[in-house]
Design a binder for this molecule. Structure first.
Ligand code: AR6
Length: 168
C-alpha cells in the first residue's frame, strides 16, 4: 500500500473514498464535516439520516459509509473521532479504531484509493503529533487487500509538516 501526504481540501480530491471526521449525530457540523456536506450537497445528509434512523448514533471509533453526492470522490466514509480529554479516556485506541474501521469499510466496498483528513485534530483537540503517529501506525499495520493507496489530506500547515517528516 502506498502512503502519501498532500496539503489540500479533501473535498477536491478525486479518489474512490474520502473520510469525514464526523460526530456521533452524523448530522454534519463544522470543520471538514461542514466542508464535505457543503460541497457534496444534500444527498449525503439524506443518506446519513437514513443510517441514523436504522442504527441510531455512530459511536466514537466507528464508521459508516454513504455515496458522495456532488463530490469528485465516489464514497464518503464518516467516522467519529474521540474528543481529547487529557488521554485518560482511551482516546488513542479510539482514534486508531477510526482509521482501522474506515479502512475495513473501504475494503468491503472495493475502494482502492482513500483520502483521510487529520481526524480529531481540529475541534476535538487531539494533540497533532500523537494523532499523526497513531494514524500512520494504524494504516501501516492494516492488512489491506483492496486498498492500494492512502492519502493524508492535511489542511493546516502543522499537520502537513508532521506527516511529511514522519513519512520521510
Ligand atoms: N479538507 C481537509 N481537512 C480539513 C478541511 C478540509 N476541507 N477542513 C478542515 N480540515 P475538524 P475533528 C482539517 O475540526 O477535530 C465538526 O464540527 C482541520 O484542519 O474538522 O475530528 C464535526 O461535526 C483538522 O486538521 O474535526 C465534529 O463535531 C482536521 O480537518 C467535530 O468537528 C479535523 O478537524 C470533529 O472534530
Amino acid at each position: 500500500m502506498t502512503i502519501s501526504v498532500t496539503q489540500e481540501d479533501i473535498t477536491k480530491i478525486k479518489v474512490d473514498g474520502i473520510v469525514n471526521a464526523a460526530n456521533s449525530s452524523l448530522m454534519g457540523g463544522g470543520g471538514v464535516d461542514g466542508a464535505i456536506h457543503r460541497a457534496g450537497g444534500p444527498a449525503i445528509l439524506e443518506e446519513c439520516k437514513h443510517i441514523r434512523n436504522k442504527q441510531g448514533r455512530c459511536d466514537t471509533g466507528q464508521a459508516v459509509i454513504t455515496t458522495a453526492g456532488d463530490l469528485p470522490a465516489r464514497m464518503v466514509i464518516h467516522t467519529v473521532g474521540p474528543i481529547w480529554n487529557g488521554g485518560q479516556r482511551d482516546e488513542a485506541a479510539l482514534l486508531k479504531q477510526c482509521y482501522t474501521h474506515s479502512l475495513e469499510l473501504a475494503e468491503e466496498h472495493g475502494l482502492t484509493r482513500v483520502a483521510f483528513p487529520n481526524i480529531s485534530t481540529g475541534v476535538f483537540g487531539f494533540p497533532k503529533e500523537m494523532a499523526c503517529r497513531i494514524a500512520l501506525e494504524a494504516v501501516r499495520r492494516f492488512p489491506a487487500q483492496q486498498v492500494e493507496e492512502v492519502i493524508f489530506a492535511c489542511f493546516d500547515p502543522e499537520n502537513y509538516r508532521l506527516y511529511q517528516e514522519a513519512l520521510d
